[in-house]
Design a protein. Structure first.
Lengths: 207, 207
DNA sequence: AATTTGTTTAACAATCCTGTTAATGACAGA
DNA sequence: TCTGTCATTAACAGGATTGTTAAACAAATT
């Protein structure tokens, strides 16, 4: 079945190239000819497989969103139930950061391209709702029971999530500036921020 | 001098329209005809005054950057010297947030359009270096003397600045999601985040 | 009034970019 | 081997978008 493999290879090559192009340049900045070139196919092939630029874009958002959601839910599932609430939050936060760092353009792409568009946002909300819904209730329970057992400072769940997402997203985005602004490598900067984010969250949760 | 006023009006109208268009859609998403229309002039006028889309873009980055830098330095200058280090940091942070919130697309625009481009980044670094340099030394002195008088937890200056910028930028960006995700207004969300950011920073600075 | 200077308009040119199509090739099943 | 289907290519069509130009116009200067 070399034909089917070939077909998958072509499709995958286009998808990979498209992901890179869309994430780095945004929808309007991306060029379909550039994607085709990067994928090593004629640009007619791109239209043959995905019809339009919009459809191709939708395909890559779908997978990107799926990967993002999975990374968080997986990280939470893997948690040791015996850990304290504080330790669990930190562990999920770090797993989330590791995923984001692998695709550092993702946060600004989401903010620029996906969130402002009501339609795309609907899509992401649908995909995320079930996963985030259960994560939410789990966290809620953990926070409530933690308040009984541990000494947790008063904090609302939305603000806690906002803190984590905020710190991680900004870490990923600003990591691209690290080498340009400070005289350190991206990896050094990320390591510093990881430590700093952990300090911030731990201090925040302590009474 | 109605002619010069008129000229200024046309120029300003184009610049204002361009700022809105570029900030919300990015360079490649922006359309010069849309800018001209918004400004109420023919699109030939746009080229007459600014020659090219690129040149117009450079003009608006210049002013945007200048306003951003000024907002921070002004906020720092206005500070009461009798305040504690912690209070001063919080005051500057809040002033910074107020400015950003007025142009909520600014952070994602900077991250998407300016920072990735080495050339544009050079520009912003030049413009910011003198202002940020003096701010930096002022903060450094304040931090050192604070460590003698007050009880400040160990933190490096880059990380402190990174914390503040990070939290504020993310607040502005995510505020656009507030109404879509949580059932609250943007203003309510910003107020909540402002409070939360202040708690985070104060706790971070305390030993 | 004539000239000059700078502003504005409308039409047009040129290019870039997306998407199509018709022709060709490859290959599986009848 | 013939036929039909799918993959691929090259060339092109259409439209959007940026940028130019020539002519009209307004205002100031001589």
């Amino acid at each position: 079945m070399t034909e089917k493999e070939d077909k998958m290879n072509v499709e995958k090559a286009i998808l990979d190239a498209a992901t890179e192009e869309f994430l780095s340049k945004g929808f309007s900045g991306a060029r379909t000819v550039a994607i085709a070139e990067k994928a090593g196919v004629t640009h007619a092939m791109l239209h043959y497989y995905f019809r339009t630029k919009e459809k191709l874009f939708e395909c890559i958002i779908d997978t990107v969103i799926k990967e993002l959601i999975d990374s968080v839910t997986e990280a939470y599932k893997r948690q040791d139930a015996s850990l304290s609430f504080e330790d669990r939050v930190v562990a999920v936060m770090n797993a989330h950061l590791d995923f984001i760092i692998a695709k550092p353009q993702l946060p600004s792409f989401l903010f620029m391209e996906i969130f402002p568009s009501t339609e795309n946002f609907k899509l992401i909300k649908e995909k995320a709702s079930s996963a985030l819904g259960s994560l939410n209730t789990q966290l809620k329970e953990a926070l409530e029971s933690a308040n009984n057992n541990e000494e947790i400072d008063n904090i609302s769940l939305p603000m806690l999530i906002s803190d984590v997402v905020t710190l991680n997203a900004a870490t990923a985005i600003s990591s691209q500036l690290a080498t340009k602004l400070l005289n350190i490598t991206k990896e050094e900067y990320v390591a510093m921020r990881k430590q700093e984010n952990e300090i911030l969250i731990r201090k925040r949760l302590k009474k």
